[in-house]
Design a protein. Sequence first.
Length: 477
Amino acid sequence: MDYYSLIKLRSTHPAWRLLAAEHAPLVVGFLHKNFIEPNIRNFSESALASRLEDYLYPLRDAQTGLFPKSAEAYLGDWADDKRGWLRKYYPADSDEVHFDLTPAVEKAVEWLEGLRRKQFVGTESRLMTIFALLRQMVEGTEASPETRIAELEKKRAQIDADILRLREGQVDLMEETQIKDRFQQMANTARGLLSDFREVEQNFRELDRQVRERIALWEGSKGELLEEVFGEREAIADSDQGKSFRAFWDFLMSPSRQEELSKLLEMVFDLPAVRQLEPDRRLARVHYDWLEAGEVAQRTVARLSEQLRRYLDDKAWMENRRIMNLLREIEQNALAVRGNAPAETIMELDEAAPSLELPMERTLYSSPVKPLILERVTAEGQATFDIDALFDHEYVDKERLRMAIRRCLETRSQATLGEIVAIHPLEQGLAEIVAYLTLATEEQVAIMDESRPETLLWTDGEGIKRQVTLPLVLFSR
């Protein structure tokens, strides 16, 4: 970090440009309030411009002539490559411009938050964390079984001593200062994970853009391109960041871990020492924010796979078109010489087209003995129901129903199907109810009480009110 590298960093890094910008308080304050504080990943242009106009109104009212440009113009400036504070893009399912926050803004906001004077600065928990991490690294790299056994016996002796003191009535409670210290460290780490997710997502987007550029300029074979692209993707997955993200995601996706985390957060927020700090209540559901941020990163990876599939489809279409052009050229040449055929024989063909016999096209062995059917075959009858119903299927998105159940369980430990339907009304009627029941039985996340009936109401596509009565379905975390 010398003089020239800092000069270059000041002119190229968006975070430094943001801190040095004339309207940095406006940019940081607005983006922190609308993106970072509520952990919202993206906004449409109309929605974000409306929020910016509401944010600018009291500032303009207090000082005439302040911030004269429109909200759309400011958003366009912040998303320009010269600044790089917002990412401007079109989602796959929308024709309206959307905006997302860049990781550089997260870094700038994190640095500014560190400037504020803290009423309480804890050091004990960080020291304990350092000791714990060092101990994990040393124990995890120890190859001697004797050394590991000695360390485990030492821990067992300490646990036995703690159990003995508890049986004698000696209960050591953590002081309020220690609780506050550890809670602050937990809160900072939890918020840092959200910003890390945005940076991981940015890395996957960079890979996606590189793949698109390479496809646009590629002149070789499909196999060479796919080998190169998948090699880079596997390199990212096998990198330290990729392995850490995969381990974190697998750990977080465990239902038992989610339930344990929810209970721990609920118990910690009920502690008197934590209530004195007046913590942000959103931290009580921070693991759900992690899930949403992780799903965005996973969708970015899915877009990369979609881009490769589209490339293969386009390549196959171009090859088929080339074959058809060759066949048409052969036909035109044959018609051109049909009336002026050469006298001598140039070539003789046994058949008009080559015959191909592939080994895998051979049929399997079948017995020559025909079975003797003794039972009487049922005669053809008439259907007593409308068979059109068999072809009138509706596709129900189970992932949307899972998200509805998960959102209802964010603030409570249990929720009935009726409560979920009241918050997220039925869109596909009885088919959607059947899908809810399928999720409850397949994933074993609900219980049914046949002694307590429950009535669900909805309005179908023709405006007719429908209702169904079924046993009480109770979903739980």
